[in-house]
Design a protein around this ligand. Structure first.
Ligand SMILES: Nc1nc2c(ncn2[C@@H]2O[C@H](COP(=O)(O)OP(=O)(O)OP(=O)(O)O)[C@@H](O)[C@H]2O)c(=O)[nH]1
Length: 317
């Protein structure tokens, strides 16, 4: 997970830290510290700050961080570094970079606790184009809620794709969560309505509503989603995005946002995301909280998104 980003950051920081190099603002070229009579022992290498900035920018762009996000990171880093001494070690640059990335990925996170939403049944609608892992994610989240002592029902409202009802039914059976379903091609909003009634009658805690999401440009399906939303009046609408598609998640999310409002994001398949930048691009460009991340194909491969966890994954020290 995020191996490439981690490796590249480590190439800048670990190596230089081992070499005992220092970073200096406003030097025009590399030179020896002892030439400047700093009193330090040995031949420390002095490296220009701008050189490091360029390397960081390059790494971010190669790692699927969008240009705007990469600009934001380097600008904020400049600001922070400007407040430090003129000459600092690499650990300081690494620390400031960690702080900057943490700050920007935390900016849209909120303190919402999905386990204590304050309403029953709490209705969550899931959106996302096919293949992002939406159906699997719904089952994973149902499993997560169930393991936390919550009573859950799933609405099989993807009635468009042949096999979707069966897929969610099998997953529901495997995790011991009931799935409310109608026939293939039936009205998805009416399935959601029934699932909500079912939850109310049994005093269940959550209704998780699947939806058909073939293409974000398919008008019929968008109208269908809007209808599910109108009828089910969800307390939370989550867009499921696949981290593997890198920066394209931004366009996908923006296209959805233009049609249908959503409150937060679940980013799936982080385990297959070697580049690692999707988290940063999503956080800075979509401006919605990332509530959960998917980290594998098993039912327990889901976790609430934690910025510190991400920072620890992309930096080796
Ligand atoms: N590696 C990995 N695979 C995942 C993750 N989440 C989902 N998948 C896989 O992604 C594939 C697609 O998942 P689905 O849940 O069928 O996707 P969907 O978005 O519901 O797609 P449709 O049902 O076709 O609309 C499946 O093989 C899942 O096992 C994840 O976090 N990591």
């Amino acid at each position: 997970m995020f191996d490439k980003l981690k490796k590249k950051f480590s190439e800048i920081f670990s190596k230089q830290n081992d070499n005992n190099s220092v970073v200096e603002n406003d030097v025009s070229s590399e030179k020896q510290v002892n030439e400047e009579n700093t009193g330090k022992e040995g031949n420390q290498r002095v490296i220009k700050r701008s050189e490091i900035d360029n390397q960081i920018m390059e790494i971010l762009l190669e790692s699927d961080v969008s240009l705007d996000s990469a600009d934001l990171i380097t600008e904020k880093l400049k600001e922070r570094m400007g407040k430090l001494k003129r000459r600092v070690d690499f650990y300081s640059v690494e620390d400031e970079l960690k702080n900057v990335i943490k700050e920007i990925i935390s900016e849209n996170q909120n303190r919402f606790d999905i386990l204590n939403p304050g309403k029953k049944p709490y209705i969550i609608l899931f959106l996302g184009i096919n293949g992002t892992g939406k159906t699997t994610t719904i089952a994973k989240l149902a499993y997560y809620l169930k393991n936390n002592g919550k009573k859950v029902v799933i609405s099989a409202s993807d009635t468009f794709r042949a096999g979707a009802i069966e897929q969610i039914s099998i997953l529901g059976k495997n995790i011991g969560v009931e799935v409310i379903k109608h026939d293939f091609k039936s009205d998805p909003a009416s399935v959601a309505f029934d699932a909500i009634e079912h939850a109310r009658a049994r005093s269940l805690d959550y209704v998780l509503i699947d939806s058909a999401g073939r293409m974000q440009t398919n008008k019929n399906l968008l109208d269908e989603m809007k209808k599910i939303k109108r009828v089910s009046k969800p307390d939370l609408t989550l867009l499921v995005l696949d981290a593997m598609i890198g920066q394209d998640v931004i366009e996908q999310a923006n296209t959805f946002a233009r049609e249908i409002n959503f409150d937060g994001i679940i980013l799936t398949k982080l385990d297959t995301d070697s580049k690692g930048g999707a988290v940063i691009s999503v956080s800075t460009e979509i401006k919605k909280p990332i509530l959960f991340v998917g980290t594998g194909q098993n039912m327990d491969d889901i976790m609430p998104f934690d910025p510190d966890w991400y920072i620890n994954k992309i930096f080796s020290s």
